[in-house]
Ligand binder design. Structure first.
Ligand SMILES: Nc1ncnc2c1ncn2[C@@H]1O[C@H](COP(=O)(O)OP(=O)(O)OP(=O)(O)O)[C@@H](O)[C@H]1O
Ligand SMILES: [Mg+2]
Length: 303
């Protein structure tokens, strides 16, 4: 899939803009994840790209097809679960998925087979024949996610698919994403930054309507002043210097953030002092905090 987003602005009812000059392009299958605080503009962007909402200005194309002027053509290729979607209460999960697939043009036998397969992969057998209205919040969410994942749409939009899911269900979902990501494009919003880091080949960071970061984990790491982190078990480690930042962690131990070319120096010092440590590239959580807070929150940065 080739996705080109160019100068998108969106203002609801003339209020504060929800998206401000958002531009990026992607040219590959796989998972693209949008992250950002509540109200950052993630849902607004997903709704525009999946033809549910018109931008105030700007353009977006999927494989060269404009999402504003040719929405029908886009809709043939996409499947989407909106953030606030609800499964029809008086249908069962298997009926929900099967009827959606039949609506998309599969015959009953094909639809049943695809639905059953997805239900198995997402570990939903225990409640596949119960009415949706009797399911828990997380189970209902799973029904919707399973519905679009079962479809053979090659572009899938999922707005917070894992919110409200328990740990095992989230793992099942991640495995399913991983198994289909070579064949499909998945555009996913999430508040679980570990999820974006583990699954997405590209990540976009929205902050108050601006796209403030975009690219691979490596691209995003390079936006941070200190892309490396050394965790020292000693709680009272101190080291003067301009090429790193030393943070004492509330949970115990010390974290040193630094540049790649200083890692060797620091490691040598730590070894000579007989201290135990681990060296890592910074996580998406740290990158996100650095970007959102401008890398200035000296006392709050964590791995
Ligand atoms: N239908 C609407 N009418 C008016 N303002 C809206 C509407 N939908 C969203 N907004 C505003 O647009 C901004 C972006 O909202 P959006 O839902 O895109 O954020 P989000 O990143 O998806 O947040 P969350 O993580 O809470 O889902 C917010 O300021 C929000 O109040
Ligand atoms: Mg949202």
């Amino acid at each position: 899939m080739r996705l080109e987003v160019s100068g998108i602005f969106k203002t609801y009812d003339g209020k504060v803009p929800a998206l401000i000059d958002v531009s990026f392009s992607l040219e590959e299958n796989g998972i693209f994840s949008l992250i950002g605080e509540n109200g950052a503009g993630k849902t607004t962007l997903v709704r525009i790209l999946s033809t549910q909402l018109l931008p105030t200005s700007g353009t977006a194309t999927i494989d060269g097809v404009d999402v504003v002027s040719l929405p029908k053509k886009i809709r043939e290729r996409i499947a989407a679960v909106p953030q606030e979607a609800r499964a029809v209460p008086w249908m069962t999960p298997i009926q929900t998925i099967t009827s959606y697939l039949m609506y998309r043009g599969y015959n009953h036998a094909e639809a049943m087979e695809m639905a059953t397969d997805t239900i198995r992969k997402l570990g939903m057998e225990a409640f596949e024949h119960q009415k949706n209205r009797k399911l828990s919040g997380g189970q209902k969410r799973k029904v919707l996610v399973a519905t679009v994942l079962a479809s053979e749409a090659d572009i899938i939009f999922l707005d917070e698919p894992s919110t409200g899911l328990d740990y095992i269900s989230r793992k099942d979902l991640w495995n399913l994403f991983s198994s289909i990501k070579d064949r499909k494009s998945i555009i996913l919003t999430t508040h679980y930054l570990e999820e974006a880091e583990a699954l997405a080949s590209r990540i976009g960071i929205l902050n108050k309507g601006y796209l403030v970061g975009f690219g691979t984990m490596e691209d995003l790491r390079n936006l941070s002043k200190y892309p490396y982190s050394i965790r020292v078990s000693s709680p009272d480690f101190e080291l003067e210097g301009d090429s790193w930042k030393v943070v004492h962690l509330a949970e115990g131990g010390t974290q040193i953030f630094t540049y790649e070319d200083q890692v060797y120096n620091l490691v040598s010092i730590l070894i000579s002092r007989g201290l135990r440590f681990t060296v890592q590239e910074i996580s998406l959580n740290t990158i996100f905090e650095n970007i959102i807070y401008g890398g200035t929150r000296d006392d709050k940065t964590s791995q």
